[in-house]
Design a protein. Structure first.
Length: 103
């Protein structure tokens, strides 16, 4: 089974073990990495058909490291802070220019 489908099946099994009925939304929230909705739907359908015989299988290690959401957000915050500093300095310069021109 392809790793992305196995990831969906694993999520379904985990949800079922928690006493929850797997749905597209619940699976999407449980996934380790984002997957397209059609893959989630196919994986959910597969799980529904074969749920009595399926077990959680280990996923193969990905060759490309997954960038964590935290790292992406941290980088974005840093960029926004830099932009804010630049905008504040431009605003102060404009305010000084207006004060110098007077009424």
């Amino acid at each position: 089974m392809k790793p992305e489908y196995q990831q969906v099946v694993n999520a379904c099994i985990e949800l079922q073990n928690l006493g929850k009925k797997p749905s597209v939304g619940m699976i999407k929230a449980k996934l380790l990495s984002p997957l397209p909705i059609p893959i989630i739907i196919k994986g959910l359908s597969y799980w529904k058909e074969y749920k009595h015989t399926l077990k959680i299988d280990a996923l193969p290690q990905l060759a490309v490291p997954i960038v964590s959401t935290h790292d992406v957000l941290s980088e974005r915050v840093t960029q926004l802070e830099s932009d804010l500093v630049l905008l504040r300095s431009e605003l102060k310069a404009l305010q000084r220019r207006l004060e110098d021109e007077g009424p």
